[in-house]
Design a protein around this ligand. Structure first.
Ligand code: NDP
Length: 255
């Protein structure tokens, strides 16, 4: 691809887990990547090197999606990186992936925990996207990240799943309002995937792993590449007419 037609994706939380897989799958499809991390700087730079080894360009930036006051300065950094690395003013795809889990019963969830989840997931997705809008190409794509837990119900995820449910509603409103610029907005809702998420319980607890496999049509828990591949596919040209949708990527969990 020539300089002007190479697509550029910004993936939040791509130092590990699903974001890392998404960044690498996009690079395999010929997409350049701006990736963000919160604390895992060396892991993020390792992802940059992997993307460069695939022949694509990548830049890692620090970002705390819970700190909305930092978003204006972050957008300026993205603008500078676009100009310096790509000689461009805008990027093509935004993947709002960064997130944390919380396992606490409804009765025991504290206001502090609730506020933290709000800031990371719902407020972060809302205002980071708002601040980055001028930097997204007309005809661009946005993918927000929900969870299977917004469709089915497991005890201990009331606050977390409520934030993700909010992201699903927000996705439809964003799709409606950004459609005039040709921008599509969709939600990916992963099932239980083997990452560090939630203390790595799905990956490291054999009982939890077997229980989830038992309620999954494809008979196993998910792996990061199951989701990264789906996000990259959603961002490919063949899916340009899909917008405002929730796409579950769970291997058929709790059907
Ligand atoms: P991981 O814990 O493996 O990775 C989380 C990523 O998000 C890291 O890159 C981390 O950065 C970053 N991050 C965490 N908090 C912040 C923050 N405040 N600001 C910026 N970046 C942050 O999680 P997963 O990859 O499993 O999860 C990714 C997304 O998928 C989340 O939104 C999660 O809710 C969702 N999800 C995950 C499921 C699963 O089973 N794994 C199931 C359904 C949804 P750093 O490395 O620097 O800490």
């Amino acid at each position: 691809m020539t300089e002007s037609t190479t697509r550029i994706a910004l993936v939040t939380g791509a130092s590990r887990g699903l974001g890392r897989s998404t960044a690498l799958k996009l690079a395999e499809q010929g997409v350049d990547v701006i990736l963000t991390y919160k604390g895992s700087e060396s892991e993020a730079h390792a992802v940059v090197r992997q993307i460069e080894a695939l022949g694509r360009r990548a830049v890692a930036l620090q970002l705390d999606v819970a700190d909305s006051r930092s978003f204006a300065a972050f957008a300026e950094r993205v603008k500078t990186v676009l100009a310096n690395t790509w000689h461009r003013e805008r990027f093509d795809h935004l993947v709002n992936n960064a997130g944390i889990g919380l396992h606490a019963s409804f009765a025991e969830t504290t206001e502090e925990q609730f506020d933290q989840l709000t800031n990371v997931h719902l407020k972060g997705t809302f205002f980071l996207t708002q601040k980055l809008l001028p930097l997204i190409e007309d005809g661009g794509r946005i993918v927000n990240t929900s969870t299977g837990l917004a469709r089915f119900t497991f005890p201990g995820y009331a606050a977390y799943a409520a934030m993700k449910g909010g992201i699903e509603v927000l996705t439809r409103y964003m799709a409606k309002e950004l459609g005039s610029r040709g921008i599509t907005v969709n939600t990916i809702a992963p099932g239980a995937i083997e990452t560090d998420f939630g203390g790595g319980v799905v990956r490291d607890n054999p009982q939890a792993n077997a229980q989830i496999a038992g309620v999954t049509a494809l008979g196993r828990v998910g792996l990061p590449d199951d989701v990264g591949g789906a996000v990259a596919a959603l961002l490919s040209d063949g899916n340009r007419w899909i917008t405002g949708q929730r796409i579950e990527v769970s291997g058929g969990m709790m059907l």
